[in-house]
Design a protein around this ligand. Structure first.
Ligand SMILES: Cc1cc2nc3c(=O)[nH]c(=O)nc-3n(C[C@H](O)[C@H](O)[C@H](O)COP(=O)(O)O)c2cc1C
Length: 182
């Protein structure tokens, strides 16, 4: 099984660090799992303008293909203006309905306001559900205070435990989805 992580931040390191942690915990839980991190800072994703996928640049095409061929996915976003990042929303706009059918699609978010933990529930979950992804019961909002200031490593043990629980739930759920289809 391949788990692809997508970090929807173009600015700092925190979101991609947490997405990467999910990938690490998933591999620890099941050593057969292959993982790949798509950090949107490393790609020039074209703005969706209604044209077919073949008309966009190579990065856009590659990222859409990597996500489409993953067995399951973890999406991370920084909270911007009480919503997901524009970079992540633009990426989603390149996908057709049913794009995540039979895929577990996990959510993590980073932000500086505790009050915005529900943004994942109301903005990100609705998008993943529209694409027919299975959204796990666990998700993780990571407040900026949980990070070490210089290294952007998570120093709050409880947050790390929640990330681990999310990764383990995602692997278990995806196994169940695959068994049901077999
Ligand atoms: C333009 C902008 C808007 C933001 N809006 C919010 C917000 O509405 N709520 C919140 O909790 N954090 C907000 N933040 C804080 C970021 O979500 C937070 O710093 C996040 O950890 C950044 O992630 P990164 O290091 O991966 O870029 C905002 C940050 C910026 C730059």
């Amino acid at each position: 099984m391949k788990l692809v992580g997508v970090s929807g931040a173009l600015a700092g390191d925190k979101t991609s660090a947490v997405v990467n942690d999910v990938l690490v915990y998933a591999r620890r839980f099941d050593s057969n799992i292959k993982t790949e991190l798509i950090d949107l800072r490393d790609y020039e994703i074209d703005f969706f303008n209604g044209a077919p996928l073949a008309d966009y640049n190579e990065d856009t095409w590659n990222v859409v293909q990597k996500i489409s061929s993953a067995d399951f996915l973890i999406f991370g976003t920084p909270i911007y203006q009480a919503s997901i990042s524009g970079a992540l929303k633009n990426l989603f706009d390149h996908f057709p309905e049913y794009a995540f059918k039979h895929k577990v699609t996990g959510m993590i978010a980073t932000g500086w306001s505790d009050k915005h933990f529900l943004v994942m529930e109301y903005h990100l979950r609705s998008i993943l559900s529209y694409f027919k992804g299975f959204v796990p019961t666990n998700n993780v909002f990571v407040h900026n205070s949980a990070f070490e200031i210089d290294s952007d490593e998570i120093i709050d043990e409880r947050v790390s435990e929640r990330i681990q629980q999310l990764a383990e739930e995602m692997v278990s759920l995806q196994r169940g989805v695959n068994n049901r289809q077999a």
